[in-house]
Design a protein around this ligand. Structure first.
Ligand code: CC7
Ligand code: ZN
Ligand code: ZN
Length: 243
């Protein structure tokens, strides 16, 4: 079955020209939302789509540009589309997502847990699960902000989607050896990356690896870097790429 990924936005957390780095993954007639950041509800609207068309949501980690739109998503599903949405979330993030992020805006007499709003399916690190027919996802814990739990995803065994992660050449080499054909990688254009891979770091990778890498989660001056990314290409918002 053909599987495609389409970025709702490709921007960094502070980008204003590009929306939050959130994606739609489509397989047949089913759609997974990968991260739902602050700009997601309006960016999805500008893409001509709406929450009622989404079959499930998967999150990578708890930062506003990745989960800040979940409250509106949950409320729209409850009060507009009247359907309980499916939430895939790495097991260690289940409790923090409610306690640290959603509870403040969503707790009420009748609603005291994440499971009131979502059908919650915890995912285990390193274990592949079929999230939609034809869509297999394996979470890998990757390094981002020190102490922050964050996951990247291997999709259908051949596609790697970095959440927000530091430069990790050993992991990228290992993924290459294991048969990953395409890597969508977050990229901080201006060093130091610190909590993200910086472009100069990614440029130290061998060309064989760079060929597989598409850059996302970039800043507003991305156009100034066209032609300065070695063999790596930019992911463009709204374009559908095969997985
Ligand atoms: N220790 C940290 C924590 C956060 N940040 C910045 O805040 C942003 C939060 O969203 P992000 O997409 O993870 O990118 C983070 C950094 O820009 C940072 O630069 N250093
Ligand atoms: Zn981010
Ligand atoms: Zn982050």
């Amino acid at each position: 079955m053909a599987v495609h990924i389409q970025m709702i936005g490709t921007g960094s957390a502070f980008a204003k020209r590009y929306d939050n780095n959130n994606a739609l993954i489509e397989t047949g007639s089913r759609t997974l939302l990968l991260d739902c950041g602050i700009t997601c509800p309006s960016a999805l609207y500008r893409l001509g789509r709406h929450f009622g068309e989404i079959d499930a949501v998967l999150i990578s980690h708890i930062h506003g540009d990745h989960v800040g739109g979940l409250e509106e998503y949950a409320y729209q599903m409850k009060y507009v589309y009247k359907r309980k949405p499916v939430l895939y979330v790495p097991a260690p993030l289940v409790a923090p997502l409610w306690e640290h992020t959603l509870k403040g805006g969503m707790e009420s007499e009748e609603a005291d847990s994440l499971t009131h709003y979502f059908d919650v399916y915890p995912l285990e690190e390193g274990e592949e699960s079929e999230l939609l027919p034809g869509l297999r996802v394996k979470p890998l814990r990757t390094r981002h902000v020190p102490g922050k739990i964050s996951f990247s995803y291997v999709i259908n065994g051949t596609f790697f989607y970095s959440a927000d992660m530091r430069f990790d050449p050993d992991l990228l080499e290992r993924l290459d050896r294991e048969g990953i054909r395409t890597i969508f990688h977050d990229c901080q254009l201006h060093p130091p990356g610190e909590v993200h891979a910086a472009l100069p770091e990614l440029l130290t990778l061998p060309e064989r690896l760079q060929e597989k890498i598409w850059l996302m989660h970039y800043g507003d001056d991305k156009e100034a870097f066209e032609g300065r990314t070695g063999r790596m290409r930019f992911v463009e918002p709204h374009v559908r790429y095969p997985i």
